[in-house]
Design a protein around this ligand. Structure first.
Ligand code: PCA
Length: 163
């Protein structure tokens, strides 16, 4: 049984926080709080997911209807992790945490009492998207499935490596 005093929030990650990506480990450092994988999913609407700036940071631009339906992962996080992620993503300056509609691809996580949502069903979570982007970003190439190590060659510069 989980404690009724702990609120869990669903967060959809599409960038460096996904499994296999450079910041994934941060969601599993106990000092940051707790995270649990729930499902793979994609946005119901299209959005531009671009890689921008000198550090090659992935940004989902809050421009529905442009780009691709973006693929990612839904996690359930506690308040501590949510606070950590908001800080880490520099909310509200760099990103804003925004609710978004998602189509479930595969739900593997626990659900309390209810059945697991089927593939194709619609759910909601928060994601880190941005409206505070540079004017040229909407014309950058867009991706549907971010990979820091992809053949675009725009390798992500980690926090520790930045000047
Ligand atoms: N971190 C967040 C937003 C972009 C990024 O690199 C994520 O993975 O969803």
């Amino acid at each position: 049984m989980s404690s009724p005093c702990i609120t869990m929030t669903r967060v959809f990650v599409y960038g460096t926080l996904k499994k296999g990506q450079p910041n994934y480990y941060r969601m599993f450092e106990s000092a940051n709080g707790k995270a649990e994988f729930l499902a793979s999913a994609c946005t119901t609407q299209k959005y531009p997911l671009v890689i921008a700036g000198k550090n090659n940071i992935p940004f989902l631009l809050n421009i529905p209807g442009q780009g691709h339906r973006v693929h990612g992962e839904i996690y359930k996080v506690d308040d501590k992790m949510l606070g950590f992620l908001d800080d880490f993503e520099d909310v509200p300056t760099l990103y804003q945490r925004t609710p978004i509609k998602l189509e479930v691809k595969e739900w593997v996580g626990k659900t309390e009492g209810e059945e697991r949502p089927a593939a194709g069903s619609i759910t909601e979570a928060f994601l880190y998207s941005t409206t505070t982007y540079q004017p040229d970003w909407p014309s950058l190439p867009c991706y549907e499935n971010y990979d820091a190590y992809g053949d675009h060659g725009l390798q992500y510069v980690t926090r520790d490596e930045r000047d």
